[in-house]
Design a protein around this ligand. Structure first.
Ligand code: NAD
Length: 497
């Protein structure tokens, strides 16, 4: 291992250290061009990320390729121990990483960012313990011929990240890929590169040089160069449906495996026997209102039985009114900002469409911050929309903002059909105290991640992934490591002795 530059100890030191650089072969390497990264709470330039193109991407893939053979030759448990140690080290850097994340994404430090770093560290520890599970099988083909399968790494993995939960999503990709013996090039999000760079450097400090590399830049330049690279053997992507299609095509051109975690429009069905208090709390956590709804699994279509509809809507409005919107770094803040002007404009466009819809009601909750140090542009109120027809774009399309639609139902079969009437199939929740209803609904809902009476986020050891246009493949579990980061070889051995 080359000697590593010490990790930055403060967010300010990290911003200086990562100004315009990629992490290649264990080193911070300046890129030829840079792009601005804004602090969405102030709209000031926070720093400059590397604007990488084919040249930087080539160097990162070459480093990963060169490191591949030695890394794959290590015993799997030894790889796992290094990854688990990186998880424990991540906790020591929690505050710096979390603050950096809050500064670049606008997510609140207390309600979102610290928790994200904790889950990211936990994922490293979880996968770090799974090295010994990279097992094959013996097959009863012929008692005199040893027939077996083994699992091998794929080679260089390209891991492409969005901005909304970049650290958790990075660990979902790099931890299983590394433990399985692959080397990795991460493509950080152009909106939120700095916490990714710091978290990756924490991991890299436990690994041989070149095993993990990070490049920054736009999707069109850096992302496309990475997915098209002939030495990339696997692509794992989280992001929008549109970019997912492009990335899938790039993989198809080379006939390499691609896993996709894309968008969602997840239904939350509240049955008449549900506990109202729990459904209100569940809607707030499920909609990820403290993350400004910027979540692929956001419970953004809330189907409430007619018996509970008025009470539920009033109680949810009251609870949302209590949320404190403000400076992401302030400990009193529950909700920070939207990530970017582009995202805020998209959200505003959907709300305007609802306002233009006859009979629809748009309920804006809480209050905007009144703080001269903040720029008002990207702060947005949690918003509920009622009385929309089922085919309205706010009901059918992913908004990726703090906007939930509340829809009334009275017939159970009908609400299941309405919930399933979507091109997505990422997540769904059902709220009922009747186990027969829970069993029936979970069987019939067309979603990859179905929960009853709760709205948990990603959990280590629980397979997570969508159906339909929400994506391909699972993450967060042993199955994810085996199915998506290894290839299976069949060996048939006969000796004529
Ligand atoms: P995005 O698709 O714009 O970008 C995601 C990443 O892909 C970025 O790093 C971007 O630079 C890169 N990219 C864009 N075009 C590319 C191309 N042609 N080739 C290679 N890389 C390319 O998404 P975003 O705005 O960063 O994130 C929001 C989206 O992510 C939402 O649609 C959301 O639903 C989705 N998301 C899904 C999950 C999930 O687990 N299903 C989780 C989080 C976010």
């Amino acid at each position: 291992m080359m000697e590593h530059t010490p990790l930055p100890l403060t967010p300010e030191a990290a911003l200086a250290a990562y100004e315009g650089v990629n992490l290649i072969n264990g080193q911070r390497v300046a890129a030829q061009a840079q792009l601005d990264v804004l602090n969405p709470a102030t709209m000031q330039v926070l720093g400059h990320a590397a604007a990488s193109g084919a040249m930087e991407t080539d160097a990162a893939v070459a480093a990963a390729k060169a490191a591949g053979a030695d890394w794959a030759a290590l015993p799997a448990r030894a790889r796992g121990k290094l990854v688990a140690a990186a998880g424990r080290a991540m906790l020591a850097e929690l505050e710096t990483v979390a603050r950096l994340l809050a500064m670049e994404t606008g997510k609140a430090l207390r309600t979102e960012c610290r928790g994200e770093v904790t889950v990211a560290a936990d994922l490293l520890e979880f996968y770090g313990g799974l090295g010994s599970e990279l097992k094959g099988e013996t097959i009863p083909f012929n008692p005199r011929i040893l027939t077996m399968t083994t699992r091998e790494p794929l080679g260089v993995v390209a891991a492409i990240l969005p901005w909304n939960v970049p650290l958790v999503l990075m660990m979902l990709k790099i931890a299983p890929a590394l433990v399985a013996g692959n080397t990795v090039v991460v493509k950080a999000s152009e909106e939120a590169p700095f916490a990714t760079l710091l978290a990756a450097e924490v991991v890299m400090s436990h690994l041989p040089d070149g095993v993990l590399n990070v490049v920054c830049g736009t999707g069109a330049d850096c992302g496309a160069a990475l997915t098209a690279h002939e030495d990339v053997a696997k692509i794992t992507f989280t992001g929008s449906e549109a970019a997912g299609e492009t990335v899938y095509s790039a993989g198809a051109k080379k006939i390499i495996p691609v896993s996709l975690e894309l968008g969602g429009k997840s239904p939350m069905i509240i049955c008449p026997d549900a506990n109202l208090d729990k459904t209100v709390a569940g809607a707030i956590s499920g909609m990820r209102f403290t993350r400004q709804g910027q979540s692929c699994t956001a419970a953004s279509r809330i189907y409430v039985h007619a018996d509970l509809y008025d009470d539920f809507t009033a109680r949810l409005t009251g609870e949302l009114d209590r949320l404190v919107i403000g400076d992401p770094l302030d400990e009193a803040t529950d909700v920070g900002t939207i990530v970017s002007t582009k995202q805020a404009a998209t959200i505003a466009r959907y709300v305007a469409m609802a306002e233009a819809c006859d009979g629809a009601q748009v309920i804006r909750c809480a209050t905007l911050p009144d703080d001269a140090a903040l720029s008002p542009e990207l702060f947005m109120l949690p918003t509920l929309i009622t009385d929309l027809p089922d085919d309205h774009p706010c009901v059918t399309e992913e908004i990726f903002g703090p906007v939930a639609v509340i829809l009334k139902w009275s017939d159970y079969d009908d609400v299941i059909a309405r919930a399933n009437d979507s091109r997505y199939g990422l997540a769904a929740t059902v709220w009922t105290t009747n186990i027969a209803t829970a069993l029936d609904a979970t069987a019939r809902l067309n979603a990859g991640y179905v929960q009853v009476n709760q709205n948990l986020t990603i959990q280590p050891n629980v397979s997570y992934g969508g159906f339909g246009r929400s994506g391909l493949g699972k993450e967060a579990s042993l199955e994810a490591m085996l199915e998506h980061f290894t290839r299976k070889k069949t060996i048939v051995m006969a000796f004529d002795i």
